[in-house]
Design a protein around this ligand. Structure first.
Ligand code: JFZ
Length: 461
């Protein structure tokens, strides 16, 4: 503009006019070239899905109904499995530590879990009351339990050859469990997964996309359990890009929150995904954000000989406290190198299933609260009922904070035995407990209210 004014002033100079025309022409040309370049670059970016900046499209969020359905399930099986079971050390983490890298990376050549039976694993999960199953299709060691076309480091090249992911997806479908896939973004085997060579991470992300496309289209997972997002290599934009990519393949697939750079236990602007993932601890009561605690039945994620197993009481109380905080429990087993889950673990899971056959309606499809779980009790609620799980008898009386805006009409044990109580809106609720509890693990007292319990606000303690 400035240039134009200068030139109109000096129009008596023919040379200037000529210069102006040339300049104007060049500017227009430059603008067109710039326009064509940016247009083709952005079109290219959309096609290849290689660039993504800015905020996520809110329309790509998993529908609330689907996440609610997931949260109603309350209890799932996590399975950490791979060639590392031949050593009994931790999956991924023992590579280059207890097991030298070269040795670890060659274990797959002996990986032959002949007694692996997908129907049996799924039946074990089902009999224990679990409603979904998550398999480590790819852990940090990079080994793929399905025959991917995008890495040779996969089950097809082991003596076992069979597609473990496919067999499990079919077995889950047959037996009515939701089939889910664990997929880490931290692949310590792939040479492209590095910070040293600029540009390699782009190739790594492309491999991930190709692999994810395979597993999503072939095995139709209900949920994707990402992991490894804390590593420096992993950038926020990769998480955003992959989320959009996944949603373009299946808009309904549930995604945990380990794909963006956000924290595992709270949502932040960086978070990508549908729910929080506290690990090896029970999440805090949260009536707003969906969450799932992943906790091991023993200590190690992958199988370890003679690993210390949790007593039944701890297993059940962990599930009850999780449901009481409005979360899901993803309970982990690590099958042995022959493909079987240890008999003592199967037994423990079956005991949980037996307990759930009786008390399932206090867990599945309930909401946590209205009290925060503690070491003495945890509560869940459905309709007009509060299920009060009591873990300890203490002095034979239990004092609860007053319910806000509701009254208890009746209190009785799960089997019907009446529980005497008094309530006062200032002092709360006092329940008289019998000498002997009906259940040594968790005695459920049903509190029948004068109104729906599900919308009550959290009572302070
Ligand atoms: C991760 C995995 O590394 C682990 O092997 C398992 O699969 C679990 C479910 O998820 O656990 C973590 C997460 C973060 C760290 C370590 C282990 N960390 O930040 O050091």
């Amino acid at each position: 503009m400035k240039f134009f004014l200068i030139n109109t002033k000096s129009h008596q100079f023919g040379v200037c006019e000529y210069k102006y025309a040339v300049w104007n022409y060049l500017m227009k040309l430059a603008c067109s070239v710039f326009f064509i370049l940016t247009w083709s670059m952005s079109a290219n970016a959309q096609n290849l899905n290689t660039v993504n900046s800015g905020l996520l499209d809110p329309g790509s969020k998993t529908p609330k109904m689907i996440v609610d359905d997931f949260m109603d399930k309350r209890f799932g099986m996590f399975i950490h499995f791979g060639p590392v079971s031949l050593r009994g050390t931790e999956i991924g983490w023992s590579r280059g530590n207890e097991v030298p890298t070269l040795e670890y990376d060659n274990l797959y050549k002996e990986f032959n879990p002949q007694l692996f039976n997908a129907d049996q694993w799924v039946k074990i999960a089902k009999d224990s009351g679990m409603k979904y199953l998550v398999i480590t299709a790819k852990h940090h060691d990079g080994f793929c339990l399905w025959p991917t076309a995008f890495s040779d480091y996969n089950i097809k090249n082991s003596p076992f050859k069979r597609d473990i992911v496919e067999e499990l997806s079919i077995a889950c479908q047959k037996q009515g469990l939701a089939f889910c896939i664990y997929f880490t973004v931290a692949d310590w085997h792939d040479p492209n997964y590095t910070q040293d060579q600029p540009g390699n991470m782009d190739r790594f992300v492309l491999t991930m996309k190709n692999e994810l496309k395979e597993v999503i289209t072939r095995y139709k997972p209900y949920m994707l359990w990402f992991d490894g997002n804390w590593e420096k290599q992993w950038k926020q934009e990769y998480g955003n890009e992959l989320y959009q990519f996944i949603k373009s393949l299946d808009k309904n697939v549930i995604v945990n929150n380990r794909l963006g750079k956000g924290e595992h236990t709270s949502f932040s602007p960086e978070s990508v995904g549908d729910y929080l993932t506290p690990e090896q601890k029970i999440g805090e009561l949260n009536m707003v954000d969906p969450w799932e605690s992943c906790i091991t039945i023993c200590n190690q994620w992958a199988w370890k000989p003679n690993d210390k197993m949790k007593p039944l009481k701890e297993c059940i109380q962990t599930l009850v406290k999780t449901a009481g905080g409005n979360g899901n429990l993803l309970f982990n087993v690590g099958p042995m190198m022959d493909g079987r889950i240890e008999a003592r673990q199967v037994e423990r899971l079956k005991e949980m299933g037996t307990w759930l056959t009786k008390y399932g309606r206090t867990i599945y499809g309930t909401k946590g609260g209205p009290y925060k779980p503690n070491n003495t009790y945890a509560t869940t609620r459905k309709g007009n009922l509060i299920y009060l799980h009591v873990f300890e008898r203490n002095q034979g009386r239990l004092i609860l904070p007053a319910l806000i805006g509701a009254k208890i009409k009746k209190a009785y044990f799960f089997d019907g035995q009446v529980v005497a109580f008094v309530q006062n809106k200032d002092f709360g609720v006092l329940l008289n407990l019998p000498q002997v509890f009906p259940d040594t693990i968790s005695s459920v007292i049903v509190l029948e209210l004068d109104k729906n319990a599900e919308n009550l606000s959290i009572a302070n303690d």
